[in-house]
Design a protein around this ligand. Structure first.
Ligand SMILES: *Cc1c(COP(=O)(O)O)cnc(C)c1O
Length: 335
């Protein structure tokens, strides 16, 4: 099977399994797990933030951030296709009692400073006020688009001028940094908090981190406990996550593979594929996506359905160039 459904399907490498086995551990709810503490310190340093918090999933990281930044009933500005809005079970309403105001970020999912000013609601006797702006980089549903650091800076500054804090959903932040060839910290200079996943392109079995100021993370730690995310000897999963930071640079290989796949499929009749910016390939299919994916599965290639005529293929460290070439051959036969 060539599994291109997601970059979350990677299996931990031998080195990661060894890290898990050998990890020094303690009770992290008491702050006594050395492996978790080391991971949090290293991630904070890497992101140029004061502090970080290890969380089991990206979803929990995003939800904790929203809750920590806001007050009940406030509005949150979200991109129309963003993960935090569309794919987290309405958690913004369920966990933080927030009302969402959507912004259409167009084909690349970019929220502009103008859109922030337009969407902003000032609190008064009748209106709840805007409590948070969320951004997403890379933007999953828009095809892994990698927003440039300047773009993030400008939009964040527009929010700050209105006293609105900014959370960045950076599940694939490392992919964005590699695509722009900048240190990962450069991507988040002007946001107030950021979540990044170790469990996606970086290949760790479990885990994400939330980062921000020390004061923010102190409050976030309480919300993590509230949501049931206080873990005990979590060093066994934090140690492979720490190891996964070594896999940042190699993401360029995934991006190269995605481009090869996209360009080859775009030449086939019945498919329209934009050049990917990172490791996510969105394919518009003339035939129903479900039918196409069934045919792919019969030939041992797995992808995900995003819409009636939209398929997502995702490259990752467990598929190499040979696998991609084999996938292209098999899909060419289908076409
Ligand atoms: C995967 C993803 C998340 C959530 O991460 P989980 O670990 O699956 O909960 C959040 N945001 C984006 C953009 C994602 O792609």
């Amino acid at each position: 099977m060539i599994d291109l459904r997601s970059d979350t399907v990677t299996r931990p490498s031998d080195a990661m399994r060894e890290r898990a086995r050998d990890a020094e551990v303690g009770d992290d709810v008491y702050g006594e797990d050395p492996s978790v503490n080391e991971l949090e310190a290293r991630v904070a340093d890497r992101l140029g933030c004061e502090a970080a918090l290890y969380v089991p999933t990206g979803t929990m990281g995003n939800q904790i951030a929203a809750r920590t930044h806001t007050e009940r009933g406030q509005e949150v500005l979200v991109e129309r296709e963003s993960h935090i809005y569309r794919w987290e079970l309405g958690g913004l309403a369920q966990h933080a009692a927030l009302q969402t105001r959507t912004i259409d970020g167009g084909v690349r999912g970019v929220i502009t400073p103008e859109a922030v000013r337009e969407g902003y609601v000032k609190s008064d006797a009748h209106r709840p006020g805007t409590g948070l702006l969320t951004l997403e980089n890379t933007h999953n549903a828009r095809g892994g688009t990698a927003l440039a650091p300047n773009t993030i800076d400008r939009t964040a500054k527009a929010a700050h001028e209105l006293d609105v804090p900014v959370h960045l959903d950076g599940a694939r932040l490392a992919n964005a940094a590699v695509a722009h060839d900048v240190p990962i910290a450069r991507m988040v200079e002007h946001v107030d908090s950021v979540m990044m996943c170790f469990s996606k392109g970086l290949g760790a079995p479990v885990g994400s981190a939330l980062a921000g100021t020390a004061e923010f993370i102190e409050r976030a730690r309480r919300i993590r406990k509230l949501l049931g995310g206080g873990m005990r000897q979590a060093g066994v999963i934090a140690a492979p996550a720490l190891h996964s930071l070594q896999n940042i640079e190699r993401l360029s290989v995934d991006h190269e593979n995605a481009r090869l796949l996209a360009r080859s499929l775009d030449e086939l009749r019945g498919f329209s594929v934009r050049d990917p910016e990172t490791n996510i390939v969105l394919i518009e299919t003339d035939d129903p996506a479900e039918e196409f994916l069934d045919q792919c599965a019969e030939k041992g290639v797995l992808g995900g359905q995003f819409d009636e005529h939209l398929v997502r293929f995702c490259t990752h460290r467990d598929v190499d160039r040979n696998d991609i070439e084999a996938a292209i051959d098999r899909i060419t036969e289908i076409a």
